[in-house]
Write a protein that binds this ligand. Sequence first.
Ligand SMILES: [Zn+2]
Length: 155
Amino acid sequence: MSSFEIASIPTEIAESVRKTGKAPKYGFPTHKETATGRAPCRHCLRLIRVKEEELILFTYDPFEVLGMPPLPGPVYIHAESCERRVGANSIPEEYRGRLLTFAAYGDDRELVKEMRLANGNEDEAAEKLFANPAVKYIHVRSTDAGCYLFRLDRA
Ligand SMILES: [Zn+2]
């Protein structure tokens, strides 16, 4: 049994970005282009296909409703409508074995612990962090790019 589930960015955010061409909250203009390198969509969590699919780059605060201070950064989504990935209880295949940082937050956005992964065992790392009752959720980031990927919530 897994103690966590995946949460990608809300569909309202993805749809608003596609429709308005502006970043939520900040209002910065978005950027749209055909994917040229590894670009994970933060909504469906699949990789945007290089030279085939278009992406939208925008500024996003993954703490939205979770607390202050915000930590805005660049993220991608598919330019076309896609299905939100939510509720899965293991790290998606596309992210396994990558350089990932798991930042575990507690009440009032306090950083409880950070783990840097390089060789897989993502699910075990998440279980270990959630074994600490102070941990409320985990933000998963790319260690080399620093960008926010998705959140793990307690199941
Ligand atoms: Zn997508």
